[in-house]
Design a protein around this ligand. Sequence first.
Ligand code: NAD
Ligand code: MG
Length: 408
Amino acid sequence: MHSNVNEKKIITILGATGSIGRSTIDVISKSPDLFNVHAVTANKNAAALAQVAKKVGAKKAVIADELKAGELEPALAGTGIIIEAGQDAISRVAGEKVDLVIAAIMGFAGLRPILAALEQGINIAIANKEPLVAAGEMITALAKEKGCTLIPVDSEHNAIFQVFEKHNIKQIDRLILTASGGPFLRWSKEEIQKATPEKAIEHPTWSMGAKISVDSATLMNKALEIIEAAHLFNMPAEKIDVVIHPQSIVHSIVSYKDGSMLSQMGASDMRTPIALALGWPHRLDNGGNVLDIATLTEGNGLTFEKPDTDKYPSLNYAYKCLELGQAACITLNAANEVAVARFLNHEIAFGDIMRCVTHSIDKLYPELVTSGVCDKNNLKTVEDIEKLDTIVRRATNNFIDSSCIPPA
Ligand code: NAD
Ligand code: MG
Protein backbone atom coordinates (compact mmCIF):
# COMPACT_ATOMS: atom_id res chain seq x y z
CA MET A 1 0.00 0.00 0.00
CA HIS A 2 1.05 3.61 -0.35
CA SER A 3 2.93 5.07 2.54
CA ASN A 4 2.43 8.83 2.57
CA VAL A 5 1.21 10.27 5.86
CA ASN A 6 -2.04 11.78 4.70
CA GLU A 7 -3.01 8.47 3.08
CA LYS A 8 -3.70 10.12 -0.23
CA LYS A 9 -2.35 8.28 -3.23
CA ILE A 10 0.20 10.46 -5.00
CA ILE A 11 0.09 10.07 -8.75
CA THR A 12 1.79 11.32 -11.89
CA ILE A 13 -0.20 11.48 -15.11
CA LEU A 14 1.85 11.01 -18.28
CA GLY A 15 -0.12 12.22 -21.28
CA ALA A 16 -2.47 14.24 -19.06
CA THR A 17 -3.97 16.26 -21.92
CA GLY A 18 -5.08 13.23 -23.92
CA SER A 19 -8.24 11.21 -23.91
CA ILE A 20 -7.09 8.81 -21.16
CA GLY A 21 -5.37 11.63 -19.27
CA ARG A 22 -8.53 13.71 -19.18
CA SER A 23 -10.68 10.76 -18.15
CA THR A 24 -8.19 10.07 -15.37
CA ILE A 25 -8.54 13.66 -14.18
CA ASP A 26 -12.29 13.30 -14.30
CA VAL A 27 -12.13 10.19 -12.09
CA ILE A 28 -9.80 11.73 -9.51
CA SER A 29 -11.87 14.89 -9.37
CA LYS A 30 -14.73 12.72 -8.04
CA SER A 31 -12.49 11.58 -5.15
CA PRO A 32 -10.50 14.67 -4.10
CA ASP A 33 -9.73 13.12 -0.70
CA LEU A 34 -7.99 10.15 -2.25
CA PHE A 35 -5.47 11.59 -4.73
CA ASN A 36 -2.72 14.18 -4.95
CA VAL A 37 -1.12 14.89 -8.29
CA HIS A 38 2.65 15.23 -8.36
CA ALA A 39 3.15 15.86 -12.10
CA VAL A 40 1.26 16.12 -15.35
CA THR A 41 2.91 15.86 -18.77
CA ALA A 42 2.02 16.60 -22.39
CA ASN A 43 3.67 16.70 -25.78
CA LYS A 44 3.19 20.17 -27.35
CA ASN A 45 -0.03 21.76 -26.20
CA ALA A 46 1.11 24.22 -23.52
CA ALA A 47 -2.30 25.83 -22.99
CA ALA A 48 -4.00 22.49 -22.43
CA LEU A 49 -1.22 21.35 -20.10
CA ALA A 50 -1.42 24.54 -18.05
CA GLN A 51 -5.16 24.11 -17.76
CA VAL A 52 -4.99 20.51 -16.48
CA ALA A 53 -2.05 21.29 -14.18
CA LYS A 54 -4.08 24.04 -12.52
CA LYS A 55 -7.21 21.94 -12.40
CA VAL A 56 -5.56 19.11 -10.47
CA GLY A 57 -3.19 21.32 -8.47
CA ALA A 58 -0.12 19.50 -9.78
CA LYS A 59 3.32 20.29 -8.36
CA LYS A 60 4.93 20.02 -11.80
CA ALA A 61 3.95 20.46 -15.43
CA VAL A 62 6.28 18.87 -17.95
CA ILE A 63 6.14 19.50 -21.67
CA ALA A 64 8.04 17.33 -24.16
CA ASP A 65 8.49 20.09 -26.73
CA GLU A 66 11.14 22.44 -25.32
CA LEU A 67 10.08 25.23 -27.68
CA LYS A 68 6.72 25.34 -25.91
CA ALA A 69 8.13 25.90 -22.42
CA GLY A 70 8.00 29.66 -23.05
CA GLU A 71 4.22 29.44 -23.49
CA LEU A 72 3.82 27.52 -20.24
CA GLU A 73 5.48 30.18 -18.13
CA PRO A 74 2.90 32.96 -18.48
CA ALA A 75 0.08 30.41 -18.36
CA LEU A 76 1.28 29.12 -14.98
CA ALA A 77 2.59 32.41 -13.54
CA GLY A 78 1.76 32.83 -9.86
CA THR A 79 0.59 29.22 -9.40
CA GLY A 80 3.85 27.87 -7.97
CA ILE A 81 3.67 24.95 -10.43
CA ILE A 82 7.19 23.96 -11.46
CA ILE A 83 7.80 23.81 -15.21
CA GLU A 84 10.12 21.34 -16.89
CA ALA A 85 10.64 20.73 -20.59
CA GLY A 86 12.05 18.11 -22.95
CA GLN A 87 11.59 14.39 -23.61
CA ASP A 88 14.25 13.60 -21.02
CA ALA A 89 12.43 15.70 -18.44
CA ILE A 90 9.34 13.52 -18.88
CA SER A 91 11.34 10.38 -18.15
CA ARG A 92 13.12 12.02 -15.23
CA VAL A 93 9.87 13.19 -13.66
CA ALA A 94 8.23 9.80 -14.34
CA GLY A 95 10.84 8.33 -12.01
CA GLU A 96 10.12 10.76 -9.16
CA LYS A 97 8.66 9.03 -6.14
CA VAL A 98 4.89 8.64 -6.29
CA ASP A 99 2.49 5.79 -5.50
CA LEU A 100 1.26 5.34 -9.05
CA VAL A 101 2.17 6.54 -12.53
CA ILE A 102 -0.60 6.69 -15.12
CA ALA A 103 1.05 5.83 -18.46
CA ALA A 104 -1.19 7.52 -21.03
CA ILE A 105 1.25 8.88 -23.59
CA MET A 106 0.35 8.02 -27.17
CA GLY A 107 2.75 5.67 -28.93
CA PHE A 108 6.25 4.29 -28.59
CA ALA A 109 7.39 7.65 -27.12
CA GLY A 110 5.99 6.42 -23.80
CA LEU A 111 8.59 3.66 -23.44
CA ARG A 112 11.36 5.52 -21.60
CA PRO A 113 9.06 7.16 -19.04
CA ILE A 114 7.54 3.73 -18.27
CA LEU A 115 10.99 2.22 -17.75
CA ALA A 116 12.05 5.20 -15.63
CA ALA A 117 9.07 4.74 -13.30
CA LEU A 118 9.64 0.99 -13.01
CA GLU A 119 13.35 1.55 -12.27
CA GLN A 120 12.23 3.43 -9.16
CA GLY A 121 9.85 0.64 -8.15
CA ILE A 122 6.69 2.59 -8.98
CA ASN A 123 3.46 0.77 -9.88
CA ILE A 124 2.02 1.71 -13.25
CA ALA A 125 -1.53 2.01 -14.50
CA ILE A 126 -0.72 1.30 -18.12
CA ALA A 127 -2.89 2.49 -20.99
CA ASN A 128 0.02 3.14 -23.36
CA LYS A 129 0.11 -0.11 -25.33
CA GLU A 130 2.74 0.60 -28.02
CA PRO A 131 5.69 0.29 -25.60
CA LEU A 132 4.31 -3.09 -24.49
CA VAL A 133 4.18 -4.19 -28.12
CA ALA A 134 7.73 -3.04 -28.83
CA ALA A 135 9.36 -3.89 -25.50
CA GLY A 136 6.96 -6.11 -23.57
CA GLU A 137 9.68 -8.46 -22.33
CA MET A 138 11.80 -5.59 -21.04
CA ILE A 139 8.87 -3.89 -19.30
CA THR A 140 7.45 -7.00 -17.64
CA ALA A 141 10.91 -8.25 -16.60
CA LEU A 142 11.76 -4.90 -15.02
CA ALA A 143 8.40 -4.77 -13.25
CA LYS A 144 9.04 -8.23 -11.84
CA GLU A 145 12.58 -7.40 -10.78
CA LYS A 146 11.45 -4.24 -8.99
CA GLY A 147 8.31 -5.81 -7.50
CA CYS A 148 5.98 -3.43 -9.36
CA THR A 149 2.45 -4.11 -10.49
CA LEU A 150 1.38 -3.20 -14.01
CA ILE A 151 -2.34 -2.53 -13.80
CA PRO A 152 -3.83 -2.62 -17.29
CA VAL A 153 -6.03 0.33 -18.24
CA ASP A 154 -6.81 -0.83 -21.77
CA SER A 155 -10.40 -1.96 -21.25
CA GLU A 156 -9.92 -5.51 -22.54
CA HIS A 157 -6.82 -6.15 -20.46
CA ASN A 158 -8.36 -4.44 -17.47
CA ALA A 159 -11.33 -6.80 -17.80
CA ILE A 160 -9.01 -9.81 -17.98
CA PHE A 161 -7.03 -8.50 -14.99
CA GLN A 162 -10.27 -8.50 -12.99
CA VAL A 163 -11.15 -12.13 -13.73
CA PHE A 164 -7.69 -13.66 -14.16
CA GLU A 165 -7.17 -16.29 -11.48
CA LYS A 166 -3.41 -16.37 -11.00
CA HIS A 167 -3.65 -19.49 -8.83
CA ASN A 168 -5.49 -21.26 -11.67
CA ILE A 169 -3.23 -20.16 -14.48
CA LYS A 170 -2.80 -23.72 -15.75
CA GLN A 171 -6.58 -24.05 -15.97
CA ILE A 172 -6.89 -21.09 -18.32
CA ASP A 173 -7.87 -22.32 -21.73
CA ARG A 174 -7.87 -18.97 -23.53
CA LEU A 175 -8.10 -15.23 -23.27
CA ILE A 176 -10.80 -13.86 -25.56
CA LEU A 177 -10.35 -10.21 -26.45
CA THR A 178 -13.50 -8.48 -27.59
CA ALA A 179 -13.34 -5.96 -30.44
CA SER A 180 -16.01 -3.48 -31.41
CA GLY A 181 -15.06 -3.94 -35.06
CA GLY A 182 -14.61 -0.18 -35.46
CA PRO A 183 -16.56 2.25 -37.60
CA PHE A 184 -16.23 0.23 -40.85
CA LEU A 185 -17.46 -3.12 -39.58
CA ARG A 186 -20.25 -3.30 -42.16
CA TRP A 187 -18.45 -1.45 -44.98
CA SER A 188 -17.24 -3.35 -48.03
CA LYS A 189 -13.54 -3.93 -48.60
CA GLU A 190 -13.60 -1.40 -51.47
CA GLU A 191 -15.37 1.30 -49.45
CA ILE A 192 -12.91 0.88 -46.58
CA GLN A 193 -9.88 1.56 -48.78
CA LYS A 194 -11.07 5.11 -49.37
CA ALA A 195 -12.26 6.06 -45.90
CA THR A 196 -11.23 9.54 -44.71
CA PRO A 197 -9.59 10.43 -41.37
CA GLU A 198 -12.83 12.14 -40.35
CA LYS A 199 -14.79 8.90 -40.83
CA ALA A 200 -12.09 6.77 -39.26
CA ILE A 201 -12.08 8.68 -35.99
CA GLU A 202 -15.85 8.55 -35.62
CA HIS A 203 -15.86 5.49 -33.39
CA PRO A 204 -19.28 3.87 -32.85
CA THR A 205 -18.90 3.01 -29.16
CA TRP A 206 -15.77 4.58 -27.65
CA SER A 207 -14.52 8.17 -27.61
CA MET A 208 -10.71 8.07 -27.89
CA GLY A 209 -7.59 9.81 -29.21
CA ALA A 210 -7.08 10.04 -32.99
CA LYS A 211 -4.37 7.38 -33.34
CA ILE A 212 -6.17 4.64 -31.43
CA SER A 213 -9.41 5.49 -33.26
CA VAL A 214 -7.70 4.86 -36.59
CA ASP A 215 -6.17 1.68 -35.14
CA SER A 216 -9.67 0.54 -34.21
CA ALA A 217 -10.80 1.09 -37.79
CA THR A 218 -7.97 -1.05 -39.24
CA LEU A 219 -8.26 -3.52 -36.34
CA MET A 220 -4.56 -2.83 -35.74
CA ASN A 221 -5.67 -1.82 -32.27
CA LYS A 222 -6.78 -5.38 -31.64
CA ALA A 223 -3.59 -6.70 -33.23
CA LEU A 224 -1.54 -4.55 -30.82
CA GLU A 225 -3.78 -5.77 -27.99
CA ILE A 226 -3.05 -9.43 -28.80
CA ILE A 227 0.65 -8.70 -28.31
CA GLU A 228 -0.11 -6.56 -25.24
CA ALA A 229 -2.08 -9.44 -23.69
CA ALA A 230 0.66 -11.95 -24.42
CA HIS A 231 3.07 -9.82 -22.37
CA LEU A 232 0.79 -8.64 -19.58
CA PHE A 233 -0.57 -12.13 -18.86
CA ASN A 234 2.40 -14.18 -20.03
CA MET A 235 0.22 -16.18 -22.42
CA PRO A 236 1.27 -17.88 -25.64
CA ALA A 237 -0.24 -16.50 -28.86
CA GLU A 238 -2.30 -19.64 -29.45
CA LYS A 239 -4.21 -19.03 -26.24
CA ILE A 240 -5.35 -15.55 -27.29
CA ASP A 241 -8.47 -15.17 -29.40
CA VAL A 242 -10.39 -12.20 -30.76
CA VAL A 243 -14.14 -11.98 -31.16
CA ILE A 244 -16.11 -9.09 -32.64
CA HIS A 245 -18.64 -7.73 -30.18
CA PRO A 246 -20.06 -4.52 -31.67
CA GLN A 247 -21.82 -3.34 -28.49
CA SER A 248 -18.55 -3.08 -26.46
CA ILE A 249 -20.21 -4.23 -23.25
CA VAL A 250 -18.40 -7.49 -22.53
CA HIS A 251 -14.88 -6.13 -22.23
CA SER A 252 -13.10 -9.49 -22.63
CA ILE A 253 -13.31 -13.03 -21.33
CA VAL A 254 -11.07 -15.54 -19.60
CA SER A 255 -12.15 -19.02 -20.57
CA TYR A 256 -11.19 -21.78 -18.11
CA LYS A 257 -10.83 -25.47 -18.89
CA ASP A 258 -13.84 -26.34 -16.71
CA GLY A 259 -16.01 -24.42 -19.20
CA SER A 260 -16.39 -21.28 -17.07
CA MET A 261 -16.08 -18.07 -19.03
CA LEU A 262 -15.44 -15.13 -16.71
CA SER A 263 -15.90 -11.66 -18.08
CA GLN A 264 -16.21 -8.10 -16.90
CA MET A 265 -19.05 -6.04 -18.35
CA GLY A 266 -19.96 -2.40 -18.25
CA ALA A 267 -20.77 0.67 -20.28
CA SER A 268 -18.22 1.70 -22.95
CA ASP A 269 -16.67 4.26 -20.63
CA MET A 270 -12.92 4.34 -20.01
CA ARG A 271 -13.56 5.84 -16.57
CA THR A 272 -14.40 2.32 -15.32
CA PRO A 273 -11.04 0.66 -16.12
CA ILE A 274 -9.24 3.88 -15.15
CA ALA A 275 -10.99 3.92 -11.76
CA LEU A 276 -10.12 0.26 -11.22
CA ALA A 277 -6.47 1.01 -11.93
CA LEU A 278 -6.40 4.16 -9.80
CA GLY A 279 -8.07 2.55 -6.82
CA TRP A 280 -6.48 -0.89 -7.06
CA PRO A 281 -6.65 -3.01 -4.98
CA HIS A 282 -9.75 -1.08 -3.90
CA ARG A 283 -12.65 0.07 -6.03
CA LEU A 284 -13.77 3.67 -6.43
CA ASP A 285 -17.01 5.40 -7.20
CA ASN A 286 -16.02 6.91 -10.54
CA GLY A 287 -19.15 8.87 -11.36
CA GLY A 288 -19.06 7.45 -14.89
CA ASN A 289 -21.74 5.78 -16.94
CA VAL A 290 -23.34 2.69 -15.44
CA LEU A 291 -24.84 0.14 -17.77
CA ASP A 292 -28.58 -0.45 -17.44
CA ILE A 293 -28.60 -4.12 -18.25
CA ALA A 294 -32.38 -4.27 -18.63
CA THR A 295 -32.03 -2.16 -21.78
CA LEU A 296 -30.29 -5.09 -23.49
CA THR A 297 -33.60 -6.50 -24.66
CA GLU A 298 -34.27 -9.00 -27.40
CA GLY A 299 -32.96 -7.72 -30.72
CA ASN A 300 -30.97 -5.11 -28.84
CA GLY A 301 -28.67 -7.40 -26.94
CA LEU A 302 -25.13 -8.70 -27.02
CA THR A 303 -23.79 -10.26 -30.20
CA PHE A 304 -20.51 -11.94 -31.04
CA GLU A 305 -18.99 -12.94 -34.36
CA LYS A 306 -15.72 -14.12 -35.82
CA PRO A 307 -13.48 -11.36 -37.24
CA ASP A 308 -13.18 -11.22 -41.03
CA THR A 309 -9.43 -11.61 -41.47
CA ASP A 310 -9.71 -11.19 -45.22
CA LYS A 311 -11.12 -7.68 -44.77
CA TYR A 312 -8.88 -7.05 -41.76
CA PRO A 313 -5.54 -8.85 -42.11
CA SER A 314 -4.05 -7.02 -39.10
CA LEU A 315 -4.91 -9.75 -36.60
CA ASN A 316 -2.91 -12.35 -38.54
CA TYR A 317 0.08 -10.06 -38.42
CA ALA A 318 -0.06 -9.89 -34.63
CA TYR A 319 0.15 -13.67 -34.38
CA LYS A 320 2.87 -13.76 -36.98
CA CYS A 321 4.91 -11.11 -35.14
CA LEU A 322 4.56 -12.88 -31.80
CA GLU A 323 5.96 -15.95 -33.48
CA LEU A 324 8.80 -14.04 -35.15
CA GLY A 325 9.74 -12.23 -31.95
CA GLN A 326 10.46 -8.77 -30.62
CA ALA A 327 12.12 -7.28 -33.70
CA ALA A 328 9.01 -8.05 -35.75
CA CYS A 329 6.77 -6.52 -33.09
CA ILE A 330 8.88 -3.34 -33.06
CA THR A 331 8.67 -3.26 -36.87
CA LEU A 332 4.91 -3.75 -36.90
CA ASN A 333 4.34 -1.00 -34.36
CA ALA A 334 6.69 1.56 -35.89
CA ALA A 335 5.34 1.07 -39.42
CA ASN A 336 1.80 1.44 -38.12
CA GLU A 337 2.57 4.60 -36.12
CA VAL A 338 4.12 6.26 -39.16
CA ALA A 339 1.31 5.18 -41.50
CA VAL A 340 -1.43 6.35 -39.12
CA ALA A 341 0.24 9.73 -38.62
CA ARG A 342 0.52 10.25 -42.37
CA PHE A 343 -3.06 9.12 -42.91
CA LEU A 344 -4.28 11.58 -40.27
CA ASN A 345 -2.30 14.21 -42.17
CA HIS A 346 -4.24 13.33 -45.34
CA GLU A 347 -1.03 12.18 -47.04
CA ILE A 348 -2.06 8.58 -47.68
CA ALA A 349 -5.32 6.71 -48.17
CA PHE A 350 -6.84 4.56 -45.46
CA GLY A 351 -6.01 1.41 -47.42
CA ASP A 352 -2.35 2.45 -47.49
CA ILE A 353 -2.07 2.00 -43.74
CA MET A 354 -2.37 -1.76 -44.07
CA ARG A 355 -0.13 -1.69 -47.15
CA CYS A 356 2.58 -0.10 -45.00
CA VAL A 357 2.04 -2.60 -42.20
CA THR A 358 2.08 -5.66 -44.47
CA HIS A 359 5.08 -4.31 -46.36
CA SER A 360 6.94 -3.81 -43.09
CA ILE A 361 6.55 -7.44 -42.07
CA ASP A 362 6.56 -9.22 -45.43
CA LYS A 363 9.34 -7.22 -47.08
CA LEU A 364 11.23 -4.91 -44.73
CA TYR A 365 11.53 -7.25 -41.74
CA PRO A 366 13.19 -10.08 -43.73
CA GLU A 367 15.64 -7.53 -45.17
CA LEU A 368 16.46 -6.27 -41.70
CA VAL A 369 17.00 -9.84 -40.51
CA THR A 370 19.34 -10.55 -43.39
CA SER A 371 21.33 -7.41 -42.67
CA GLY A 372 21.68 -8.44 -39.01
CA VAL A 373 19.80 -5.44 -37.58
CA CYS A 374 17.12 -7.66 -36.04
CA ASP A 375 19.46 -10.09 -34.37
CA LYS A 376 18.37 -10.83 -30.78
CA ASN A 377 21.81 -9.74 -29.59
CA ASN A 378 21.17 -6.33 -31.10
CA LEU A 379 18.03 -5.78 -29.02
CA LYS A 380 19.30 -5.85 -25.47
CA THR A 381 18.98 -2.22 -24.46
CA VAL A 382 16.39 0.50 -24.84
CA GLU A 383 18.82 2.25 -27.23
CA ASP A 384 18.84 -0.88 -29.43
CA ILE A 385 15.04 -0.93 -29.48
CA GLU A 386 14.89 2.77 -30.33
CA LYS A 387 17.45 2.29 -33.07
CA LEU A 388 15.36 -0.36 -34.79
CA ASP A 389 12.21 1.73 -34.30
CA THR A 390 13.96 4.66 -36.04
CA ILE A 391 15.15 2.49 -38.94
CA VAL A 392 11.62 1.18 -39.52
CA ARG A 393 10.13 4.68 -39.32
CA ARG A 394 12.56 5.93 -41.93
CA ALA A 395 11.94 2.94 -44.20
CA THR A 396 8.17 3.31 -43.88
CA ASN A 397 8.33 7.00 -44.74
CA ASN A 398 10.44 6.11 -47.78
CA PHE A 399 7.96 3.41 -48.78
CA ILE A 400 5.13 5.94 -48.55
CA ASP A 401 7.00 8.62 -50.49
CA SER A 402 7.89 6.19 -53.25
CA SER A 403 4.68 4.19 -53.57
CA CYS A 404 1.64 5.99 -52.18
CA ILE A 405 -0.37 8.62 -54.00
CA PRO A 406 -1.92 11.24 -51.70
CA PRO A 407 -5.73 10.92 -51.69
CA ALA A 408 -7.64 13.46 -53.75
P1 NAD B 1 -4.32 11.07 -27.07
O1 NAD B 1 -3.71 11.31 -28.38
O2 NAD B 1 -5.68 11.55 -26.78
O3 NAD B 1 -3.34 11.64 -25.93
C1 NAD B 1 -1.98 11.35 -25.93
C2 NAD B 1 -1.26 12.09 -24.81
O4 NAD B 1 0.15 11.80 -24.93
C3 NAD B 1 -1.38 13.61 -24.86
O5 NAD B 1 -1.34 14.12 -23.57
C4 NAD B 1 -0.14 14.03 -25.64
O6 NAD B 1 0.28 15.34 -25.33
C5 NAD B 1 0.88 13.00 -25.13
N1 NAD B 1 1.92 12.72 -26.12
C6 NAD B 1 1.75 12.38 -27.42
N2 NAD B 1 2.94 12.19 -28.01
C7 NAD B 1 3.88 12.41 -27.07
C8 NAD B 1 5.30 12.41 -27.07
N3 NAD B 1 6.00 12.15 -28.19
N4 NAD B 1 5.95 12.66 -25.92
C9 NAD B 1 5.26 12.95 -24.81
N5 NAD B 1 3.93 13.00 -24.74
C10 NAD B 1 3.24 12.73 -25.85
O7 NAD B 1 -4.21 9.47 -26.83
P2 NAD B 1 -5.17 8.54 -25.95
O8 NAD B 1 -6.31 8.11 -26.78
O9 NAD B 1 -5.40 9.14 -24.60
O10 NAD B 1 -4.25 7.24 -25.81
C11 NAD B 1 -3.10 7.21 -24.99
C12 NAD B 1 -2.60 5.77 -24.90
O11 NAD B 1 -3.59 4.97 -24.26
C13 NAD B 1 -2.35 5.13 -26.28
O12 NAD B 1 -1.25 4.26 -26.20
C14 NAD B 1 -3.63 4.34 -26.53
O13 NAD B 1 -3.42 3.22 -27.36
C15 NAD B 1 -3.99 3.90 -25.12
N6 NAD B 1 -5.42 3.63 -24.93
C16 NAD B 1 -6.33 4.63 -25.12
C17 NAD B 1 -7.69 4.39 -24.97
C18 NAD B 1 -8.71 5.49 -25.13
O14 NAD B 1 -9.88 5.25 -24.87
N7 NAD B 1 -8.34 6.66 -25.53
C19 NAD B 1 -8.12 3.10 -24.62
C20 NAD B 1 -7.16 2.11 -24.42
C21 NAD B 1 -5.81 2.38 -24.57
MG1 MG C 1 -8.70 -1.64 -25.88
